[in-house]
Structures are given as C-alpha cells and as structure tokens.
Write a protein that binds this ligand. Structure first.
Ligand code: AMP
Length: 427
C-alpha cells in the first residue's frame, strides 16, 4: 500500500524549521505589544457567506480559491482564506466597539486558498496581520504600515519596499471605473479573456493583471489619484505627509489596487526584493465598507494588513538573517541500564523541576550510541551515570561544545549546570 502523503500545497513544518517560525512569531508579538495590539483568535472555518459578502463574489479568492464544502447538516462552510473578514465578524458579534472605540487586534494564523502551488504560493499558508478598528484618521493607516515595517526591521530585513496608493471612496471609484472603461474601450479585443470579463465587473483589477498584453495596454491608463474626491485626496495627502514626517520611505504605485473589494482609501504593499514572481511580503489598507457588507448597521472604519510568514522566511533566508537558533537541551544523562537507568530517570526529574532541560536514555543503547545521541540532540552537557558514580555520588559533567570535563557532586549538579550555562551566556 502506498504511504499516505500530505495534500499538495501544504507543508510540514519540521523541528529544524519550526525554530525559525518561533523566532518570527516572538518578534511579531513583541512589536504588536509595542504598538498596543492585542491578539485575537477566530475559528479556522466560517459560514461561506462571510467571505462571499465580505471579500466580494468577483474576487479571485471567492470565485476560484476557497475551500468550501457542505458539512453534515448541509451548511456551506469555508476554511478561512484571509483574516480580515473573520476579525470584523468577531468584532461586530462581540460588540467590541462598545467596550473600546479603538480596537487594535492582531493575529497569527493559517489561511487556506486553493491556488496553484509554486514557490511562495501554498494552499495552506500562514499570515500575521493587524486590524485597527474604529478610527478614520490617517494616523491609523500610517501606524499599521509602521507596525509592518518595525517587524521587518526588527528581523533585520533590508531588501524590501513599501508601495502605496489610494483606491478612493465609493464615489471616486465610480468615476474612475468609467474613465478606465472609456480608456480601454478601443483596445478591448486585445485584453486577455479574464480582463475582458473584468472590464464590466471589476475594471480596476485590470491594472494588476500579470498578462503582458494587458500590461502594455494600461501603461498610459488614467490614474485613480486623479479621480479622487477631495475627501479621499485629503486623506491620502495626510497619509503621505505622516510617512514623510516619520522617515518612512515609500513609492506611489498607481497600479496598486489590491485584489479585494473591501478596500477604500489607502492601499499598500510590502514588496520583498529577493522573492521573484511572488514578491508581495504583505499588503493591506483601509476597509471602511467591510462591516456594512457583512451586516453592520452603521459604518465601521478600519485599516490593517496581512503578511505571509512563508515568504518572510524565504526573504530572511536569502539575506541570511536567522541567528543560531539553539534548540538543544541543557543536559543528556547517559546510563548503563538497571539501577543506573532508574537513578538517571530520577535525576532528570529533579533537574527538570529546577528548570534544567534534560534528556535521558529511553532506548537502552550502548554508551557510545548514547553519546552520539547526546551530540545529535544539541545538548550542552552530558552526564555519565554508572555504578561507580552512584556509589561515590560523583560524576563527570562533560561540556559537549569543547569536551571540557568536570567532576561534580551529584547533589550539586543543578547548581553546577546553571552556573556553567550562565557563564557561557555571559561570554
Ligand atoms: P493577501 O491576503 O492576498 O493580500 O496576502 C497577504 C500576504 O499573504 C501576501 O503578501 C503573501 O505574503 C501571503 N500570501 C497570500 N497568499 C499566499 C499563498 N497562497 N501562499 C503563501 N503566501 C501567501
């Protein structure tokens, strides 16, 4: 029988890689705290309507990428393809706005989209993201950009840029769509089949089509910034001014419209310089209309971003940014079976109570095999516990990095390990 394998587009995050994930997650949490964001965890699946209405029927995600199925009671369920709609649903359902007019929420979660797997494009991938719900002020937009920047900076990333645009409010967009259609009308036949559909339904998406013919056609297209209402323009100008005042370098990208329907005003992306075709590290923007799309009675302003962790790992690897992530235990206790094994097991228990991470032999192997295992496990020290050591209550503690050995009293072993670990750290 063939071994069962993982589903295409998913990944096993094995222990040597999970240390990198923990490193990133720890940094994300530190920066979130710095900006006063609190973690929210929403369910991995939701009713399909949340995404269909929230993200928009015509988007790629909803029209072709969602993992949607009927559960046993014939209810349509969807594995979360993105975090914003669920967070907004949770915000509304739990009346979080009543508790605090400004809710700063963050998440680190898996997302699911049935895309064609390739480098940087998976079917289960992971994002961290923020949602700042309540304020309409441009300061909130800029603050979310700064959260992303601080995370990348804290991790040491250098090769990335911030791209920004405004997709205006509903009124700006109606005007702009008409201008764009007018502009593209004479060359309609040259558009790719997808963009021919988009021409009617969602012409702004033609701006980020990857097809070369479409690309060429829209080079001289009118710009949305020229179609903004005065409110939308003022908001965007303030965002840019704040970025300038706070030394954030950015590029205006007239073709940045983002794939989702719910964006209004500011749209931005973090672009990785080393990533190749899938070069978006993260993206976000303002989405003042989402809450009403999913049933809120009144407008709820919000801005946020989501950023991919797999792509961040790729970018960090290409810049060689991961430090030595020591995952080994403090000590490996080698024994010789019988009474020594029981004594080793008990000693491990005592050491762990003192917060010293300890491995002990579980396979009854030879001393040589145990020492090989100790080295492989990355343990800092090995302690060999034989009959003689039990009798004399003294054993030698071997530093596996430099092979130094020191004879220690078994009753003092915890103190000795702690003091050696401390002096190692100080060095
Ligand atoms: P989006 O929600 O599409 O704006 O995606 C935000 C970020 O999530 C992107 O910039 C990527 O870093 C990451 N991302 C989106 N889709 C995928 C995917 N299929 N595989 C891996 N990362 C993804």
């Amino acid at each position: 029988m063939k071994n069962i394998q993982k589903i295409k587009g998913t990944q096993d995050i094995l222990p040597d890689i999970s240390a990198k994930w923990q490193y990133i997650e720890k940094t994300v949490r530190t920066i979130m705290r710095r900006y006063g964001y609190n973690e929210i965890r929403t369910p991995m699946f939701e009713v399909t309507d949340l995404f269909a209405r929230g993200i928009g029927q015509l988007t790629d995600i909803v029209s072709k990428e969602m993992y949607t199925f009927l559960d046993r009671s014939k209810k349509s369920i969807t594995l979360r393809p993105e975090g914003t709609a669920p967070v907004m649903r949770a915000y509304l359902e739990n009346n979080l706005g009543e508790a605090r007019p400004v809710q700063k929420l963050y998440y680190i979660s898996p997302m699911f989209r049935q895309e064609n797997p390739q480098a940087g494009r998976l079917r289960q991938f992971h994002q961290f993201g923020v949602e700042c719900i309540g304020p309409q002020a441009p300061e909130a937009d800029v603050e979310t950009i700064m959260v992303g920047l601080d995370i990348y900076r804290e991790l040491g990333l250098k090769n990335f840029t911030v791209k920004i645009n405004s997709v205006g409010d509903a009124e700006s967009r109606i005007a702009y769509k008409a201008q764009l259609q007018e502009f593209l009308k004479p060359s309609f036949a040259q558009l790719c089949p997808t963009c021919q559909q988009r021409y009617e339904t969602n012409p702004m998406r033609i701006l980020d089509c990857k097809n070369e013919a479409c690309n060429a056609l829209i080079m001289d297209a009118p710009r949305i910034l020229d179609a903004l209402t005065s409110d939308a323009r003022a908001h965007f100008d303030k965002v840019l001014a704040l970025l300038d005042q706070n030394e954030v370098t950015y590029e205006i990208d007239h073709r940045l419209v983002r794939g989702l329907d719910y964006y209004t005003y500011t749209a931005y992306e973090f672009i990785g310089g080393s990533l190749g075709a899938q070069n978006a590290l993260g993206g976000g923007g303002r989405y003042d209309l989402l809450a009403e799309e999913i049933g809120a009675k009144k407008q709820t302003c919000a801005v946020g971003f989501a950023a991919g962790i797999e792509r961040l790992i790729m970018a960090m690897e290409s810049e060689n940014l991961f430090p030595e992530l020591q995952a080994g235990v403090d000590v490996f206790i080698a024994t010789f079976g019988g009474a020594t094994q029981d004594a080793g097991f008990k000693l491990a228990h005592d050491l762990r109570k003192q917060n010293i991470s300890t491995l002990t032999e579980l396979m009854g192997r030879s001393l040589k095999a145990q020492m090989r295992e100790a080295n492989r496990s990355g343990a800092r020290f090995a302690l060999i516990l034989g009959e003689d050591e039990l009798r004399t209550r003294r054993a030698s503690l071997k530093n596996l990095a430099n092979s130094d050995q020191k004879e220690v009293d078994l009753n003092q072993i915890a103190e000795e390990i702690k003091s050696q670990l401390q002096s190692n750290q100080a060095r």
